[in-house]
Write a protein of this length. Structure first.
Length: 232
């Protein structure tokens, strides 16, 4: 039996409970886990949404089986706190990076965080998550490629909203799905608004606003199918 330290990833919808877990021999190196951002972007382009969680700790590897507290923690974070189509990061990961220099990819914690600043973001509910749109903007082969993805991303969100409007689901389930689409719509629009309008027009031939989703449609959808508050 081996004892290893890794960054554990727990994600919804995975058919393989061990997928997404790997040994880290030279540190946590959170930037390498931006593969999770690539995975999200790639799956969205294939009409698939995912959520997940990254954590850190010691796990046991025994005859091909992987088990231990980080695996459980990643699953709990994904199922209880991720909520929306995002990959959240356990605060323990940052604490470990801060306290253990040998686990960092850079000399100081501040330098480590400077590499994470644009992609690792704190959401309105105070959860840290990986912003795959920011990551894609920094790692696309060219700016035009990123604009193309944003156009696809917008269409995906609006098609999902339209599909949900026409689905025969109970109000509680529709409200839950509408909340996720509202979150995704806000993420998309915040990213689009952060882009240079002139650069967008140059690359796409249209105004930056043309890449925005209609946030009101997802918000109205959520309000329409929200469960009524019980009388006190």
């Amino acid at each position: 039996m081996e004892l290893r330290q890794l960054v554990g990833f727990g994600g919804s919808g995975s058919s393989n409970p061990h997928r997404g877990h790997r040994e880290v021999s030279d540190g946590i190196d959170l930037p390498r886990n931006y593969g999770s951002c690539y995975l999200q972007a790639n799956l969205v382009s294939r009409n698939v949404l995912i959520r997940g969680a990254l954590t850190v700790g010691f796990i046991n590897v025994d005859d091909g089986l992987i088990f231990g507290p980080p695996l459980v923690q990643a699953h709990l974070l994904e199922s209880k706190r991720a909520v929306y189509p995002r990959i959240i990061v356990d605060p323990d990961v940052l604490e470990t990076l801060k306290e253990c220099p040998l686990l960092r990819a850079h000399d100081t914690f501040e330098e480590e965080m400077s590499y994470l600043d644009s992609v690792l973001q704190r959401d309105e509910d105070r959860e840290l998550f990986l912003n795959y749109l920011n990551w894609l903007n920094e790692n696309a082969d060219d700016h035009h490629e990123h604009m193309q993805f944003l156009a696809v991303h917008k269409d995906f969100i609006e098609e999902r909203i339209l599909k949900l409007q026409n689905q025969d689901l109970d109000a509680a389930e529709k409200d839950k799905r509408a909340a996720k689409l509202t979150w995704l719509s806000k993420l998309h629009n915040a990213h689009v608004r952060s882009l240079n309008p002139q650069a967008v027009a140059t690359e796409t031939g249209v105004s930056r606003d043309a890449l925005l989703t209609d946030e009101s449609s997802s918000a109205i959808l959520r309000k329409k199918f929200a469960r009524p508050t019980e009388a006190s």
